[in-house]
Design a protein around this ligand. Structure first.
Ligand code: ZDR
Length: 277
């Protein structure tokens, strides 16, 4: 089958257009193609599907075969694929995801795509909807969580998928490679969690590293950057619009007055190819 390989801030994906192709077993296919030694290599796969409720439907599978509700860097790549190939009519369209119907908008310069701005909808803050156990419908803002004998202050946000944001003094010393997996499968998170470690530089700039559920450390996380901005505002550490620097690039995130989160950043096709399922 034909595929294209994409990256957004170094978070990379294999995209298969299932308006044309057919995948029998998404989970097995994701595990195979995402493998960096025996496959193409990617942090996840993006699948383009028809939708009855929106212009298109996006599904995403992590490297371990688990399905994610949403993917911020992925939806920018997904949107640009549809625009560059003339499959989407116009620069703005609707995409059905596990986080509801979202609206990407292609930012163009002389007709060519420059970046993608996505209306990511409203963040979900009720503990039991994120989900995080022990808080009922209440918000989870700077609450203690014990990991490997140390107590951290967590702020939890769902952007369709679960995120646990930890503010740290020094990002270089956060120990993400040792503790990321322990957060991911901590008993507080019934659907596991993505975890972001964040150093606030000033009210408009933050540095973030991510341990992704089902994919471990990646160079960037779009929904994680959105969750980071929300967590920083809830803790009064940042303004409602800020630039977030990830290992693989920068994203601008805004929590607008209508309550929606807008994420703007790059999406680039790296190559195309053919692979057998
Ligand atoms: C973090 C992510 N790459 C993004 O850009 O939003 C999404 C990938 C899905 C994530 N690993 C999950 O929620 O399982």
């Amino acid at each position: 089958m034909d595929f294209t390989k994409w990256q957004g801030c170094g978070n990379d994906f294999v995209l298969v257009d299932c308006l044309q192709e057919k995948i029998k077993d998404y989970a097995a296919f994701a595990r195979k193609v995402c493998d960096r030694h025996y496959g193409v290599g990617a942090d996840g796969i993006l699948v383009v599907l028809p939708s009855e409720k929106a212009d298109f439907c996006m599904r995403i599978f992590n490297t371990d075969g688990s399905e994610a509700e949403m993917c911020g860097n992925g939806i920018r790549c997904f949107a640009r694929y549809l625009y560059d190939n003339g499959i989407a009519k116009g620069t703005e369209f609707t995409v059905e995801t596990g986080a509801g119907i979202l609206v990407p908008k292609i930012v163009t310069e002389d007709g060519a795509a420059k970046a993608v701005c996505v209306d990511m909808g409203k963040p979900v803050l009720a503990g039991d909807e994120i989900p995080v156990t022990g808080f009922g419908k209440g918000q989870v803002v700077s609450e203690p969580i014990e990991v490997a004998g140390k107590t951290y202050a967590m702020t939890c946000v769902s952007m369709g998928n679960p995120h646990c944001v930890i503010f740290v003094e020094d990002i270089a010393a956060c120990g993400i490679e040792h503790i990321g997996a322990l957060f991911e499968s901590h008993e507080r998170f019934p659907r596991k969690t993505n975890t972001e470690f964040v150093e606030v530089r000033d009210r408009k700039h933050m540095r973030m590293r991510v341990w992704e559920r089902g994919a471990a450390i990646t160079l960037a996380c779009g929904t994680g950057a959105c969750a980071t901005l929300v967590a920083a505002v809830l803790n009064d550490k940042a303004d409602k619009k800020a630039e977030i620097e990830l290992d693989g690039g920068k994203l601008v995130i805004e929590w607008a007055d209508n309550g929606h989160i807008y994420m703007t950043g790059p999406a680039e096709q790296v190559f195309s190819g053919k692979i057998e399922e």
